[in-house]
Design a binder for this molecule. Structure first.
Ligand code: HEM
Length: 414
């Protein structure tokens, strides 16, 4: 069976506003399509997306397999995994690459296993749980300061809230959080389909400053250890193997970027969904047995991360089609989460939904390491949100990006 050729119109504003209708059309017409413009095979259905997330037949890179390029006889494949890392276009962005070199997201095989094992040792469930009173206090403090005024939910609440939590966990002084946020915003712009040269230059400069800052902080913690994650990353070991400075720096940058963008956008996408649901917050509270049901359903309904890329590491049949070793594929998480084959009435928000195994946390070896933290953080926020009376001041606009799905701002009053 031939794989149909279609185009995911990520450059179209109407599509970005509501990608689910078009993705639904594609999903119902085919489990996989070839998009020549984006140079990718897109998988649309839940079952295939979950398989690709969890099987070792696909990887974010093939660098861990000796002779991979020779064995497929294709020298055109870029050396790294994702579209934004087109080596031809952005190869000279030295600091950006340095900041990505040991990112868990880009690693496979033994190195990923070892690095993730050490990071997990430093990412103690106890230290995450201990942050709950801080989350409560921070959320309350921010909302109290905003009471009675019109404000931007993203800039005035979600960003300072989320960055203060990951900053506290890592051990970054509060006075530096704004700078952290700015670097992070600039770096994550590299993770979408379209990257302008201006944004790439900004990301490169941000990565340079971020690396210097983190190295300095790491040096300080090596001299004067504290009860924070940067100190723990410098101390954890397995069979006498420790993380190197470069590995710690990449991990800190990854944790900050991964740890706050998706959380901020979940707060924005989620609050907007709640405000346009046509139900009072009182009704919503009564419907949901626990706050985690609200968190999971909102993440499923409007996922803050919409796609990830992988390489086929061997010839494989998936979705009834043969995919050749070396092919670049993309999984559409938002489409999988609205697949009627997996979710009953998928376009409806249902806080009593039993099926919670959506694709937004990833799966397999790259399963989100921060899920526990994110759920607690979002749970505290949505609990506070549902206690209040919110008003949407104006219909917000989307950022324009497809991969990282969020609003430019979200003007509300409380
Ligand atoms: C709503 C919030 C979040 C969502 C939806 C989310 C989603 C994801 C997804 C889908 C992946 C897998 C990527 C892939 O398959 O290539 C991932 C990986 C990851 N996430 Fe999260 N995440 C969230 C919050 C966090 C937080 C709070 C942290 C940490 C502070 C974090 C740290 C990471 C890291 C380090 C990885 C890479 C794991 C690996 O490759 O081994 N995330 N996340």
């Amino acid at each position: 069976m031939n794989i149909p050729e279609l185009h995911l119109p990520t450059e179209n504003k109407e599509f970005i506003k509501n990608p689910y209708e078009k993705m639904g059309e594609f999903r119902e017409s085919t489990p996989v399509f070839w998009d020549e413009i984006n140079d990718l095979f897109f998988f649309t259905r839940y079952h295939d997306v979950r398989s690709i997330q969890s099987t070792k037949s696909f990887g974010t890179t093939f660098n861990h397999i000796d002779g991979f390029e020779e064995s497929i006889g294709n020298q055109q494949i870029p050396i790294t995994s994702t579209a934004y890392k087109r080596s031809d276009q952005f190869g000279s962005y030295e600091n950006f690459w340095k900041s990505e070199e040991f990112s868990l997201l880009n690693l496979e095989g033994q190195l990923h296993k070892e690095l993730r094992g050490l990071v997990a040792k430093a990412f103690l469930p106890r230290s995450v749980q201990q942050l709950v009173p801080f989350m409560e206090q921070k959320s309350e403090e921010l909302f109290n300061g905003l009471q009675g005024s019109e404000f931007d939910m993203l800039k005035d609440y979600a960003q300072p809230y989320s960055v203060s939590i990951i900053g506290k966990l890592l051990g970054v002084p509060e006075s530096d959080h704004l700078e952290f946020l700015d670097w992070s915003h600039k770096i994550v712009k590299m993770y979408d389909f379209e990257v302008t040269e201006e944004n790439a230059n900004k990301a490169e400069e941000a990565a340079k400053q971020f690396i210097e800052y983190t190295q300095d902080l790491l040096n300080k913690r090596r001299q004067n250890p504290e009860d924070d994650m940067i100190t723990r990353l410098s101390q954890v070991s397995e069979d006498n193997n420790y993380l190197t400075d470069d590995q710690i720096i990449c991990t800190v940058i990854l944790l900050l970027n991964a740890g706050h963008e998706a959380t901020v956008n979940t707060l924005g996408n989620g609050l907007h969904a709640l405000l346009t649901l046509g139900k009072s917050f009182e009704e919503i509270k009564n419907e949901a047995d626990e706050i985690n049901d609200v968190v999971e359903e909102l993440i499923r309904f409007d996922s803050p991360l919409q796609f990830f890329q992988r390489y086929a590491l061997e010839d494989i049949e998936i979705g009834g089609h043969d995919i050749k070793k070396g092919s670049k594929v993309a999984i559409l998480l938002g489409s999988a989460n609205r697949d009627p084959r997996a979710f009953e009435e998928p376009d409806t928000i249902n806080f009593k939904r039993e099926m919670k195994d959506h694709s937004s946390w990833g799966g397999g070896i790259h399963f989100c390491i921060g899920t526990h933290l994110a759920k607690l953080e979002l749970g505290v926020s949505f609990n506070h949100i549902l206690e209040k009376e919110f008003k949407l001041i104006e219909e917000p606009s989307r950022t324009g990006a497809f991969g990282i799905r969020g609003f430019k701002n979200l003007l509300v009053s409380v």
